[in-house]
Design a protein. Structure first.
Length: 154
């Protein structure tokens, strides 16, 4: 039977921990983090490690959401969606937004990742952008609703 990924990771983590302990012991003390920083320079880190070492944001998750009091699952004051779930650097992303009543809003773009355990990093902020009321879609087959909103004018 081929080794499982979990077993490989467990073995690798145990071996790495032993090597870090040995490195700390041989240098006469100090923290594991300090010892490992000395072992790898920025040139040896891969792009994911370099990105994840950057400082993360604390305020990337929605916390003050006011839901519709009649149904409790929508926030009609501002709703939106993106044309794509994910993009590569340099690719375009359209953001469709409806505000009720029409009012300006801003958009913050976050990249998700480890970032010291914070979970995301602020990449860009846009706005204020003029919001407008977009039509609510009707109920389609299988009770599915499909929005066909236009992106705001910038």
């Amino acid at each position: 039977m081929a080794p499982q990924r979990r077993d490989f990771l467990r073995t690798t983590a145990t071996a790495a921990g032993g090597m870090a302990t040995a490195l700390v012991s041989s240098t006469g003390g100090g923290s594991v983090a300090a010892a490992s920083e000395g072992a790898k320079s920025d040139a040896q880190l891969n792009p994911v490690q370099v990105e994840n070492a950057r400082e993360g944001a604390r305020d990337w998750q929605l916390t003050r959401v006011r839901l519709d009091s009649t149904k409790g699952f929508r926030s009609p004051m501002i709703e939106g969606y993106c044309s794509r779930q994910s993009v590569k650097a340099g690719e375009t992303l359209d953001i469709m937004v409806s505000t009720r009543p029409a009012c300006p809003f801003k958009v913050e773009i976050f990249r998700t990742g480890y970032y010291g355990g914070r979970g995301a990093r602020l990449m860009a902020t846009y706005g204020p952008i003029a919001g407008e009321v977009q039509t609510d879609p009707g109920v389609g087959p299988r009770r599915l609703r499909e929005c066909r909103w236009e992106p705001p004018s910038l």
